[in-house]
Unconditional design. Structure first.
Length: 249
């Protein structure tokens, strides 16, 4: 649990895609510790196939690039209050056609399809402050990076998608927001953090806060945005990046 603040999610049902590691697992543990029933997804057959401690979390196998699987998952849920669209990452060589298309499918299309599949469940939610759809955006939502021609545009599209969902689904009692994560430890960023010190140093030079992020830093923002304390916030993307997006190189 976070220092200086606590949340009560007792009775809430939360679905987090890609919740077996990194930011997704950080969010899952915080929701669990706040009393929520938490469902996480991953690509492996069962939770026993992961090294992470997934105690207290319900596991579902899911390929987020498979539209039918997204709708099947939503159809199997009896209720839902909060959807965290966390699954994503670079998909091979995104300068090649297949890599680019796969990145758009995993990082953007899956968010639209799963959110749409869960809309009726979220509409039926009686969670205080309204149901929530949360996306995990990135600094590539705002800045161009030559190695992310698919991932970057998909995360930029996510920022626009939460604006559209926020405007369109507010009348249903559903809020939609995103957190744009800075350089935060995860499976995706581990090769950079552990093996590319020059890049890490360049990032920190731009930031006001001279450290890289941890999953709990992002989880803190996610739990706030889905809480009753944020009941008048929708369609927004909150950068949680140590000040990277406000700095200059």
């Amino acid at each position: 649990m976070f220092q200086g603040i606590s949340y009560d999610y007792t009775g809430a049902t939360v679905l987090i895609t890609g919740g077996t590691s990194g930011i997704g697992l950080g969010c899952a543990r915080e929701y669990r510790d706040a009393g929520a029933e938490v469902i996480i997804t991953g690509r492996k057959t069962s939770c026993a196939d992961y090294d992470s401690d997934l105690a207290g979390l319900t596991y579902r196998q899911l390929d987020v690039s498979n539209r039918a699987s997204l709708y099947a998952l939503a159809g199997s849920l009896p209720k839902l209050d909060i959807l965290v669209n966390n699954a994503g990452g670079m998909q091979g060589n995104e300068w090649e056609a297949d890599g680019f298309d796969q990145s758009i499918a995993v990082n953007l299309s899956s968010v639209f399809h799963l959110s749409s599949a869960c809309r009726d469940l979220l509409t039926a939610s009686d969670f205080p402050g309204g149901a929530s759809v949360i996306g995990i955006a990135s600094m590539t939502s705002y800045f161009g990076f030559e190695w992310t021609p698919g991932y970057g545009p998909s995360k930029a599209g996510l920022v626009q998608l939460v604006k559209t969902l926020g405007m369109s689904w507010g009348k249903l009692g559903i809020r939609a927001n995103a957190v744009a994560a800075g350089l935060t430890r995860s499976n995706l960023t581990a090769p950079v953090l552990d093996g590319m010190q020059e890049m890490v140093d360049e990032t920190l030079q731009r930031q006001g806060l001279k450290r890289t992020g941890e999953p709990q830093d992002i989880a803190a923002a996610v739990l706030f945005l889905s809480s009753p304390a944020a009941s008048w916030i929708t369609g927004q993307t909150l950068p949680v990046d140590g000040g990277f997006s406000t700095g200059m190189t």
